[in-house]
Design a protein around this ligand. Structure first.
Ligand code: PDD
Length: 287
């Protein structure tokens, strides 16, 4: 089957799709993006993802490239044309293409919009849920507005690669004071030594994950106590459970950090419980 991508008004073969060499996304990482899960033919938490896109665009002062309704039509069309029932879509908006100059291009320069979609391997995700994943910690070296979902992800890329080279699947950024920030592409949660569910408060220091927000709803509905407060690497290593969350994976248990086993080295019950309830609580929009 031929993969299809949407680029600036045109649906085209994924393999042939491209943007201009002076696109500001390509030259300056001057753009924002969203990744949204599709499950059993439903887009998961579309409203929250579009709300966050709205915020990201406003924070870096890019106007909406089209109406929200028009964008949703494109997303649906890309999913349909790629026959994605289980997978994800990727949406990127940049400040458009213009002769290279750091300052914003002239008013009226059209932004670049790209939408792609892909299927995900359910068996691979299931395996990670059963076995758990391994993580490493890395020093925080990103800018101080990581709450904005920009495509400037070089530190995240280098961190993930470092994890890969150490036989781990995620890298967790840690502040100089030893507190845990978030993963290269995930939020981090623990069940601490006292049995309390904790995840770092969402300020400018982490991306406020949509999965994180929906899991807060899951936890509230289940009557589980949660504390939004930073924790240290030591607390994470001593935790009863560690898990990471993102739209691509929902909730993966972490069974080792920096080669040290977490609890008994097996996925814990909290991550399993909230993962199982996730799709009942999340918003589902039919393709
Ligand atoms: N990343 N923190 C960072 C740095 C992220 O890049 C992501 C998601 C998250 C989790 O956010 P959400 O629950 O909304 O997916 C937290 C996406 C999946 C990516 O870059 O591929």
């Amino acid at each position: 089957m031929t993969r299809i991508a949407y680029v600036n008004g045109v649906y085209q073969r994924h393999a042939d799709a491209g943007v201009h060499i002076e696109d500001r996304g390509f030259q300056f990482a001057d753009g924002v993006y969203e990744v949204c899960e599709v499950r059993h033919g439903f887009i998961i938490d579309l409203t929250r993802h579009l709300d966050r896109l709205d915020r990201s665009l406003a924070e870096i002062r890019i106007g909406w490239p089209m109406t929200r309704a028009a964008l949703v039509i494109i997303v649906r069309e890309v999913l349909r044309r790629n026959r994605v029932r289980n997978g994800l879509f990727y949406l990127q908006v940049t400040r458009g293409s213009a002769r290279r100059d750091h300052v914003f291009p002239l008013d009226g320069t059209p932004s670049t919009i790209v939408v792609t979609a892909k299927r995900t391997d359910a068996s691979l995700i299931a395996r990670k849920n059963t076995v758990g994943i391994r993580a490493i910690t890395v020093p925080e070296n990103r800018w101080d507005r990581v709450d904005v979902k920009t495509v400037g992800l070089l530190p995240n890329v280098l961190a993930r690669q470092a994890a890969r080279e150490e036989g781990a699947q995620e890298a967790i950024f840690v502040d100089p004071d030893g507190t845990v920030k978030e993963g290269a592409a995930t939020n981090v949660w623990i069940v601490d030594g006292q049995g309390k569910l904790r995840t770092r408060h969402a300020d400018h220091g982490i991306l406020k994950g949509i999965t994180r927000t929906t899991l807060m709803d899951v936890v509230a509905a289940a009557g589980i106590d949660i504390e939004e407060r930073a924790f240290s690497v030591e607390e994470m290593l001593a935790a009863r459970e560690v898990f990471i969350t993102a739209a691509t994976s929902i909730c993966f248990p972490v069974v080792a950090v920096n080669g040290k086993t977490i609890a008994n080295g097996h996925p814990g019950s909290m991550s399993q419980k909230i993962r199982e309830a996730f799709f009942d609580v999340a918003e589902k929009t039919a393709i």
